[in-house]
Design a protein around this ligand. Structure first.
Ligand code: NDP
Ligand code: MG
Length: 394
């Protein structure tokens, strides 16, 4: 494999740090040229001292001076602000951009990277949820690859290698079911932040951990899959598989099923996206059949976990509705993490926001930006209104 020059947006997060541990094992194959963080200056500095990128970005402007004080003398350029992410991804010194930052903030830098011809290793699923059609068209026009990092999408991508797209009948996205699988609506009402942050199979950033507990993560992944693989909604099914060994499956027209399996470890899909179409030898723990004698499957409970149904509805409505869903969810999750709303109330906030924001059938980039703004504002107002009721009831 020719050496690849990488930019990691969100280097200090769960995906970012795991990506760096993949790189650490194969220094001869990768040059880390750009690292970015939002506010974690200490870790960003530590990473930069180890990987010696040409540029780092700390989006929190107030931390720039502190980062520059240490890294400036090492000849590392230090930038700050959200806008710097869009600028830095366009630099000619990069081959591939790993989008490992969280939420809507990934949209603009991803667009800038695609427009300047950079391949994308996409962890930031929110970008495809918000503007999947726009992103995939832009990628096609600029002849760049969008390589999925999300484990389910990496699984589907791997199953499709060597297959004719026209032979695909449907895909099954597997879901662990999260920490509250099997619970009823009443017991979900009293869920605490601490409980929701304990995922049974994966250690991840806070936002995606809450999304996994509420099944919104699977909803976002359904939308992500629609755009990545150019599918109709009816070609996507979710199946609960609590052991997280089968990462997803493709069903072909002859009824044959192909699955990608392995231990739940994000380093593998990260490595695959960074080395595609090659495969690299590594020392990750191997699967042992005898330790996993039972793989089980269930239907998702979309009555209790309304977020999954809301995501399917938003996708069926199309236009700017997935963008509304994403914005309202980001606001609801942030409020839940601040103890300002309950676990089930998150679905109410999302549902009411979806009903309120005007539908746009064929949104352009500005429409998405405007929709995101309006949806956030409305959802924030709902949080404030409901906060009083929630705190009285608590
Ligand atoms: P984390 O919260 O662990 O990390 C987020 C990273 O993005 C951090 O480096 C953070 O910086 C930075 N960041 C946060 N907000 C902003 C912002 N507004 N602008 C710029 N940078 C920002 O998230 P994860 O690594 O868990 O997830 C990253 C993405 O990958 C998400 O879209 C998630 O859905 C997806 N994903 C994650 C998986 C996982 O296993 N974690 C699995 C599949 C997908 P700082 O540290 O300074 O705050
Ligand atoms: Mg996933």
């Amino acid at each position: 494999m020719k050496k690849k020059r990488i930019a990691i947006l969100g280097a200090t997060g769960s995906i970012g740090t795991q990506a760096l541990s993949v790189v650490r094992e194969h220094r001869e194959l990768f040059d880390v040229e750009v690292l970015t963080a939002a506010g974690n200056a200490t870790l960003l500095i530590e990473q930069a001292m180890e990987f010696l990128p040409k540029v780092v970005v700390i989006t929190d402007e107030s931390k720039r001076a502190a980062v520059d004080e240490v890294l400036g003398s090492k000849g590392i350029e230090v930038l700050s602000g959200q806008q710097a992410l869009e600028e830095v991804v366009q630099r000619p010194l990069i081959d591939i951009v790993l989008t490992a930052l969280v939420g809507f903030a990934g949209l603009k830098p991803t667009i800038a990277a695609i427009k300047s011809g950079k391949n994308i290793a996409l962890a930031n699923k929110e970008t495809l949820v918000v503007a999947g059609e726009l992103i995939m068209k832009l990628a096609e026009k600029n002849e760049v690859a969008i390589l999925p990092v999300d484990s389910e999408h990496s699984a589907i991508y791997q199953c499709l290698v060597g297959e004719e797209k026209s032979t695909l009948e449907k895909i099954y996205l597997t879901a662990s079911g999260g920490p509250f699988r099997g619970k009823d609506a009443t017991s979900l009402s009293t869920i605490t932040k601490k409980e929701a942050l304990m995922h049974p199979n994966w250690v991840m950033g806070q936002k995606i951990t809450i999304d996994s507990a509420s099944l919104m993560n699977k909803g976002l992944e359904v939308i992500e899959a629609k755009w990545l693989f150019g599918l109709d909604v009816d070609q996507i099914e979710v199946v609960v598989h609590p052991q997280s060994i089968i990462h997803s499956l493709v069903q072909f027209k002859d009824g044959s099923l192909k699955a990608q399996m392995g231990l739940p470890d994000m380093k593998l899909p990260i490595q695959y996206a960074l080395t595609y179409p090659g495969r690299l030898a590594n020392t990750f723990e191997r699967f042992d059949f005898l330790k996993h004698p039972c793989l089980s499957f269930e239907q998702p409970d979309t009555k209790t976990f309304a977020n999954l149904a809301l995501a399917f509805d938003a996708l069926r409505s199309g236009g700017n509705m997935p963008c509304v869903l994403n914005a309202a969810n980001e606001v609801a999750v942030a409020a839940f993490l601040r103890d300002e709303t309950g676990f089930r109330e998150m679905s109410t906030i999302i549902s009411e926001t979806l009903q309120k924001i005007p539908f746009i059938a064929s949104p352009k980039l500005d429409d998405y930006l405007q929709t995101d703004k309006e949806a956030r504002l409305f959802a924030e107002q709902l949080v404030t209104k409901k906060k009083k009721v929630y705190q009285i009831e608590k």
